[in-house]
Write a protein that binds this ligand. Sequence first.
Ligand SMILES: Nc1ncnc2c1ncn2[C@@H]1O[C@H](COP(=O)(O)OP(=O)(O)OP(=O)(O)O)[C@@H](O)[C@H]1O
Length: 657
Amino acid sequence: MGLTKHARRVLQQQASALLAEHVPRLGADRRRILTALLVETAGNWRLFVRADPPDARADAFLLGPEGLFAVTVAAGPPERPGLHALVRHAEESCAGIRDGRGRELTGSAVHFVLITPGPPVALPDPGPFRVLAEPEVAKLFKRTAPHLTRRQIDAIGEQAARILDGYVPLRVRPPAHEASAAGFLDAGRLVEAEVAAAQLRPFDSWLTFLHPHQRAIVTRDYRGPARISGPAGTGKTVVALHRLRHVARRSAGPLLFTTFVRTLPPVHEAAFRRLAPEFGGRAEFVHLHAWVRRFLTGRGRPVEVDARGVRTAFGRAWSRHRAVLEPIERHDEYWRTELDRVIKGRGFTTLEEYRRPAVRRGRELRLGFEQKAAVWQFYETYQEMLAERGLHDYNDVIDIALAELRRQPLETRYAAVVVDEVQDITLNGLRLIKELAGTGPNQLLLVGDGQQQVYPGGWRLSDAGIPVLGRGEVLRVNYRNRTEVLAFAQQFDAVNEVDDLDGASGVALKNAEAGNTGGAAVSWRGTEADLAAELTRRIAGLTAPLGQTALILFQRQDLVRCRRILREAGIPVLSLDDYSGAPDDHLKVGTVHRAKGLDFQAVLVVEFPAGAGEGGAAADEAAELRDRQRLVAATRARDFLWWGVVEDVADTDGAAG
Ligand SMILES: Nc1ncnc2c1ncn2[C@@H]1O[C@H](COP(=O)(O)OP(=O)(O)OP(=O)(O)O)[C@@H](O)[C@H]1O
């Protein structure tokens, strides 16, 4: 911080006097380093120094806008079991601290810092520590990602002073005339930090505080694969990230966070780096298909998906079989899903398997014995078309990787694997995950919500041989959406029963408890001709920053329509395809498939009429799917939701191009 030389000298004198009085038996290294820490805490920070002689506990706890730090001064990390004792003590001693809303400070939110005396040294295995050399101590106080407000720091500090047994709270104060001088207390930066924290409040407090139920799941010891389900916004991903850090501290080896949604891993990686910067290098965040491609390349079997070639193969197969399939269901998309999600997704290799009862769970349209035979022929033609061209689709790539993994397991096992949005993975994808993660204690965590399926699924975890009996957790307090937004989203929840991903009943969004108050949800109906003016007016009137706002649509062709409106209005946009969670001032735009798992301060949704002329069971299925997609779109909004419905579509020749 911007201290004058004189002020720094005064603070150093105060700091040494304080340490000499309260912690008289300090060695020279600790004394120097703790003095330096104390000088830096003259702003919005608190320091608690261990009064007893060195033992297995941290030397100090440091609390500030970036969270709570357990600080150890040593030339290197302690050896196990000393390391375990240190981590356990730090986690346990802070665990009783609560915020004003009853949430507990989670032990996994404590950051471990190792300060090495003297010049920087390279430590090959720093374990859970962020390592700083003595001359780098000031780096700890850089406000890169503040998430605690001054009031929260005061409240935590007060409780820590009572709870941290054997530690004394020490604080130095600048001389009065210096305190009021510009720059000394760094008033400008404090205000900046307060404003930054206020903008995020209360959402980013998850980095430090968890609901007691969330916290219990983070630290629970599971003897096999575990599952977290619960409605949107209940903190499933938040818990999974904390748990990843918790497991990382207690294990060695790489960690994997994967999902079916291509756009999510970079966003969650950014969140994990804020939560656990010390494990950034150990954790891979990658979507399932990218993982598979990399794995197969590593095994000398690179397989690429030529999406255009696959579409052509499908088109040819469809034109050969449409005369038979159209009378059953006329939309080719329906049959594409049948191939992708049922026949290939579930790994059927014979018509007999496909004919077994209950294998099409989740599909409303019933198929008779002969009809299944007709679909199977269509599937075989599609496979031939692919084979003739030497092509593989995404399901094939999963199958090849699964066979390869079964032939030869991974050389280095993951210490832990987390799968997010698991409801959208195919059954064969789940089998692959089981194979790569293993089913040992605390190795595999599956996170999802059956109600947010945006692709038809229909499996149970047990179908993939993943046993979670007795290890299924359900979250029910929604922390993301303010009450008005949540109430709006709940209108799309028409289901009678939600699957907990393993055949039992789960919790639906309509039964979620609201964790936040306020918010606003506004709807609009109009013609496409009026949409441009209304959408741009809404965007201009937003109170949320443009960079924290998303426009969500349902079909790719809707994107083209809306992008044109935004371009003409000069509104800067970033496609959700390219979004990594990094802050910017562009409106995020994408389909609901890309918005899954994300949240924004404000969300605008435009619904264009769905394809006309559907009917029968397939239409019921499509309508149900659309409601689930609506529910996902609406629950992306934290504070404000605008829902626009276009009632008629103008002549858009060329627009949908
Ligand atoms: N303990 C908490 N304290 C404060 N905010 C929280 C807490 N838990 C979750 N949140 C907020 O709720 C938001 C949603 O959390 P998260 O993304 O983990 O939910 P989810 O259940 O995975 O949602 P979805 O199923 O919709 O993807 C987070 O971004 C965070 O802002």
